[in-house]
Design a protein around this ligand. Structure first.
Ligand code: F6R
Length: 237
């Protein structure tokens, strides 16, 4: 736990840097949204390029074109791949063509063929979701199409002209898929995440709080600012 977002980003970045330094062909799992920005910026500030890294997105909206600036493909290319010198063809995002149908199994296969994800970067939704696994998602769930909750659509409406423009569904890695990553780096900022963070780390392991699934993973780093950590009651090392 540290005070400001750039410090949290630097702590999270050190785990990713460790991996990329030792394996320039590493396979990273990457989150979108506002949370991973400080990590990506800290990595970019090293001034090193990573032309052989492969990256797999957690999720993608259904119903918006991949070229739309709000698609997760566009966001990852802009905020992650270009600053780090990762070629666009190394950035894998679930394909939402054909109305999102039939693409989930292919995405799972491409993760396996790449050798699995070494480090998965995760944010947490205000409702405790990870990727777009909303409350109630099975811990065994695999990549699939999901309906977004109104809360998630409202939270993400800040990126869109209005809430009615926020997609209603997405293709997301399942919780079972995410838990297969060899290491998880979980980040959260701000008081709006405090309740979800406390439930995820100190509450019961329950599908009501998808992020509580991280308690079952053997290798997790959680990087929080003080506001996101403010509802924790135990000391965490
Ligand atoms: C994004 C993702 C989501 C976000 C979460 C937090 O790829 O999978 O789970 O990590 O919604 O979003 P932000 O970071 O915007 O608060």
């Amino acid at each position: 736990m540290v005070a400001d977002t750039s410090e949290v980003g630097a702590v999270a970045e050190s785990a990713v840097w460790e991996l990329l330094r030792s394996n320039p062909e590493a396979v990273l799992g990457v989150a979108t949204g506002s949370t991973p920005g400080p990590l990506y910026q800290a990595l970019a500030s090293r001034g090193k390029k990573f032309p052989t890294v492969q990256a797999f997105a957690l999720d993608e909206y259904c119903g918006i074109d991949a070229s739309d600036p709000n698609s997760y493909r566009s966001t990852l290319l802009r905020e992650f791949a270009r600053p780090l010198g990762i070629p666009a063809e190394h950035v894998h995002v679930p394909s939402t063509s054909n109305d999102c149908k039939d693409n989930a199994a292919d995405y799972e296969s491409s993760i396996s063929e790449a050798g699995g994800i070494a480090v998965q970067i995760l944010g947490v939704g205000t409702n405790g979701h990870i990727a777009f696994n909303e409350p109630g998602s099975s811990f065994e769930s695999r990549t699939r199409v999901v309906e977004l909750t109104e809360r998630t659509r409202r939270d993400n409406s800040r990126y869109f002209p209005s809430i009615s423009d926020v997609p209603r569904s997405a293709l997301t890695q399942g919780i079972g898929t995410i838990l297969e990553a060899r290491k998880l780096v979980v980040m959260a900022f701000g008081v709006g995440k405090a309740a979800a963070v406390a439930a995820a780390l100190e509450g019961p392991v329950t599908t009501d709080v998808p992020a509580s699934a991280i308690q079952t993973h053997p290798d997790v780093i959680v990087c929080l600012d003080l506001a996101a950590a403010s509802s924790l009651t135990r000391s965490h090392r």
